[in-house]
Design a protein around this ligand. Structure first.
Ligand SMILES: Cc1cc2nc3c(=O)[nH]c(=O)nc-3n(C[C@H](O)[C@H](O)[C@H](O)COP(=O)(O)OP(=O)(O)OC[C@H]3O[C@@H](n4cnc5c(N)ncnc54)[C@H](O)[C@@H]3O)c2cc1C
Length: 329
């Protein structure tokens, strides 16, 4: 069942991944009218199995989202819109008060329908950004063909299946050393490929050498493989180093162009900074999941974060209605 889209709503949630769905479920259970707008482009769509979500270990990620959506939509005040959020604009205080938002805070949220769904527009007291991240893999011609099968990005999620295998870590960012240490728990037959970037310091290279991890600084030409899967990494000088899989460190981007002129503060990695309550630097706009520091983690963490921030949002709106302002620190 869906709520009447004409009525003002409590929270417009941007993104129907584990963070947004979990927040949505908590908020409809708090008797609030909630809309989730989802563009159906989850980052983990490259993979067939998700690991480590208690009671759902090994479940396909799309199945997990389907169950989450069904649970959310079972409530009469829930709306799930298949839509790409295009624009979020703040209401003036007078407009917000006129639609019945007692603390004078409100937003107009517009989305373009996808897969034949209608365009949507909501007037909402609060906004929760749960849009996840988009990712940019190292620029190698066929790397994407192995992503989600031989190559992964989340060590906690997919390390176990790679135990004792000859692995790679490919990346060009300054956190490669920490990632290599984490992967070494699963296999000491690990080569860190910096692809020509100067991102592993000499003392870090020495420490890695002590646990048998080699750093390869030459530039990569491509990942190579056969029908059965990845077989190695070819360097620009033609050398092929046999490897069966491993990890990539993508670059991540927080896709919040829809916030337009309402700039939200970001950290050095471009992630959306939030207060302990989950609120961004724009009053009334909250954020959860992979899009907030420390960045990409796991499904269960995104879902837990969604539930936690939903409770804060609910209290913020209760206090707003009483005119006592935001939650105390
Ligand atoms: C290849 C891969 C494998 C993974 N495997 C695992 C695993 O096995 N176990 C595990 O625990 N974790 C795994 N993860 C990590 C996990 O997927 C993420 O931590 C989790 O999905 C983050 O949840 P989220 O709700 O923050 O974002 P997402 O799940 O990315 O959901 C964000 C949603 O927002 C939507 N969206 C974005 N912009 C807009 C917009 N403008 N309007 C409307 N909707 C929008 C997107 O379409 C998407 O549906 C994996 C990640 C990847 C990339």
């Amino acid at each position: 069942m869906t709520a009447d889209a004409q009525l003002p709503i409590g929270v417009a949630i941007i993104g129907g991944g584990p963070a947004g769905l979990s927040a949505g479920l908590q908020l409809v259970r708090a008797n609030r009218r909630i809309a989730i707008l989802d563009s159906n482009r989850p980052r983990h769509s490259a993979t067939l199995q998700s690991h480590g979500f208690l009671t759902r270990d090994g479940t396909p990620p799309l199945e997990l989202r389907k169950i989450g959506r069904e649970e959310f939509e079972a409530y009469p005040t829930a709306t799930f819109a298949q839509a790409m959020t295009r624009e979020i604009t703040p209401l003036s205080e007078a407009e917000a008060l006129a639609v019945g938002f007692p603390d004078g805070i409100g937003f107009r949220v517009r989305g373009t329908g996808i897969r034949g769904a209608a365009d949507v527009e909501f007037i909402s007291r609060r906004v929760l950004v749960a849009a996840g991240l988009t990712e940019e893999l190292p620029a190698l011609p066929t790397i994407r063909a192995y992503y989600g099968t031989a190559l992964h990005s989340c060590v906690e999620c997919d390390g176990f299946e790679k135990t004792d295998k000859p692995l790679v870590l490919i990346g060009e960012t300054s956190d490669l050393f920490a990632r290599a240490l984490l992967i070494s728990r699963f296999s000491s037959d690990l080569i860190v490929f910096t692809n020509g970037a100067d991102t592993v310091r000499p003392e870090q290279e020495e420490q890695l050498a002590r646990i048998g991890v080699h750093v390869e600084r030459r530039a990569i030409d491509d990942v190579v493989g056969e029908r059965a899967g990845m077989t190695g990494v070819r360097l620009v000088d033609g050398t092929v180093i046999p490897r069966v899989g491993g990890f990539i460190r993508p670059r991540w981007h927080a896709p919040v162009e829809f916030l337009g002129a309402q700039s939200v503060e970001r950290d050095d990695w471009g992630l959306i900074r939030v207060s302990d309550q989950g609120e961004t630097s724009t009053r009334g706009v909250y954020a959860v999941g992979d899009i907030v520091p420390p960045g990409p983690q796991q499904l269960i963490i995104a879902a837990g974060n969604g539930a936690r921030v939903a409770a804060r949002l609910n209290m913020d709106m209760i206090r707003g209605a009483l005119g006592v302002g935001q939650i105390d620190a």
